[in-house]
Design a protein around this ligand. Structure first.
Ligand SMILES: [Zn+2]
Length: 491
């Protein structure tokens, strides 16, 4: 029979001047090796990590410790256990110890304290739970750290995302994509637009010549617009502080988007960029966004129904069944920005709204959203701002804790206090924004008149829509609860 293979472990030793009664590093290592051997582990000299932690206030100074963590995080890490004399020698405090232990656990590396083995049973479970809680906490912070890192990268002019059309990425830098001709296409788009051609015209022209977008799609005017608005082509790097979403949503005027000088070669010069800007501005003035999108009103509820989950407007998105009935859907759901489907056929929502209006007229009760300044505004209280400030305070406390400035107790105290305050402020804000009720016979008569118009088969949808808008501010459709709420303008 073959002898069981010895498994490989690592040892971490840190000495400090805090304790005079401690074993010397050599005797610690001896005891560690004895303990490991009983578990079938061998610790080669190469994997003995030693830090002289005389002033070990921060992990930054613990060079060997960091090296050991780095080795453990490697894909084919050579050891799967790290032996320490005491957990307190492993990290400078319990919290940090848990964070690192958990990080290592993710890489299947266990940390074993030779002089204080983890107890079994209830106490061990408790520790497991604490570790899990730390895990969550650690990951939350990691996302913030990643974002901060990306922001720093962008502020140095280094790209943080895939190159736009016309560039290729090599060694973390953008280079003009001359080989495929994409760089020339970008130059052409700018030149032609500055010369007065329309976006659709340019898109059609280059599309028929076989040009496709990065994702293989036919060029459309929106794509042309996106290219014309991308400062990357004059050598800038763009980055959104709240992640990539704002950039990809083509929100060109977002405050959170920062633009800095990049290190890559521009495809077009400033003069051409400025010419394009002038024309884009002029076009925007000539054709405001709402005018460009204006379409005939083909059903009476157009633009009036909102999604209860995200507040988005419901719009026609398809047809259903043999009768080819048109369906409405939350506009955000269609582009995956809302996660609750609010699909409903037009006849169903129309009859629900009519029923709801009849009920309101019958009971003479009309929900009205507050429009006049409420008490809070008279006092100058901005709950949203206070909530944001409180959230920021909580975020800072978390950072202070992770940076080792505050203890976990200090953080926990701030967290509790902050969470309570946020809940309190949210409740006050909601109370302030709650709809009022209007109950007058004269308003009921006005709504009854509108009801007459919208139930008249002879009247066109556009006229019904106009009539509805004189009394209805918005209709909220709550699909999960199969409920329709109507909010009125009031008198
Ligand atoms: Zn929605």
């Amino acid at each position: 029979m073959a002898e069981p293979l010895l498994r490989i472990g690592a040892a971490y030793i840190r000495v400090s001047d805090e304790r005079q009664d401690e074993y010397s590093p050599d005797s610690q290592l001896k005891k560690i090796r004895e303990y490991a051997a009983k578990e079938g582990y061998q610790i080669p000299d190469d994997y003995v990590f030693y830090d002289d932690g005389i002033s070990g206030k921060s992990t930054r100074k613990r060079g060997e410790f960091n090296l050991m963590i780095a080795v453990a995080k490697e894909k084919n890490h050579p050891f799967d256990k790290i032996y320490v004399w005491k957990f307190s020698r492993f990290a400078r405090n319990q919290e940090e110890s848990l964070v690192y232990k958990n990080l290592l656990r993710k890489h299947d590396v266990a940390v074993v304290s030779v002089s204080e083995p983890l107890p079994d049973g209830a106490y061990g479970d408790l520790i497991e739970r604490i570790i899990e809680w730390m895990d969550e906490f650690y990951l939350t912070n990691l996302a913030t750290e990643v974002r901060r890192g990306m922001t720093e990268k962008a502020s140095r002019g280094e790209p943080t995302c895939a190159p736009p059309f016309g560039y290729i990425m090599r060694d973390g830098c953008y280079y003009p994509d001359e080989d495929s001709g994409a760089a020339d296409i970008v130059r052409e788009i700018f030149r032609r637009y500055a010369d007065g051609e329309g976006m659709r015209e340019i898109a059609n022209n280059i599309g028929t010549r076989g040009v496709r977008t990065k994702f293989g799609g036919m060029p459309q005017n929106r794509w042309i617009e996106y290219i014309l608005n991308n400062p990357c082509y004059i050598g800038m790097i763009r980055w959104s502080r709240d992640g990539v979403r704002a950039v990809s949503k083509r929100d060109y005027d977002n405050d959170n988007i920062m633009t800095v000088q990049g290190h890559h070669e521009p495809l077009i010069d400033r003069a051409l960029w400025d010419d394009v800007r002038i024309r884009l501005e002029a076009q925007k003035r000539l054709y405001p966004a709402h005018a460009r999108r204006e379409q005939p009103i083909e059903y009476m509820l157009k633009g009036l129904v909102r999604c209860s989950s995200c507040g988005g407007t419901l719009a026609v998105n398809g047809i259903s069944g043999k009768a080819r009935t048109r369906c409405l859907q939350c506009c955000n759901y269609a582009r995956a920005a809302c996660h609750v489907s609010h699909g409903i056929t037009i006849p169903r929502i129309e009859s629900a709204v009519i029923g709801c209006l009849r009920q309101a007229v019958g009971s003479q009760t009309f929900a009205v959203m507050p429009s006049k300044p409420r008490e809070s505004e008279q006092k100058g209280v901005d709950y949203d701002k206070l909530i944001t400030l409180e959230k920021r305070r909580l975020e800072r406390a978390k950072e202070a804790y992770l940076a080792g400035v505050d203890t976990i107790e200090q953080y926990a105290a701030v967290k509790e206090d902050s969470t309570n305050k946020i809940a309190e402020l949210t409740a006050m804000r909601d109370r302030d924004n709650a709809p009022q009720s209007l109950d007058t016979a004269s308003y009921a008569a006005k709504v009854a008149k509108v009801l007459e118009i919208i139930t008249d088969e002879e009247i066109a949808p556009a006229a019904k829509n106009e009539a509805l808008r004189t009394v209805v501010e918005k209709i909220v459709y709550n699909k999960p609860e199969e409920r329709v709420e109507i909010y009125f303008w009031g008198e």
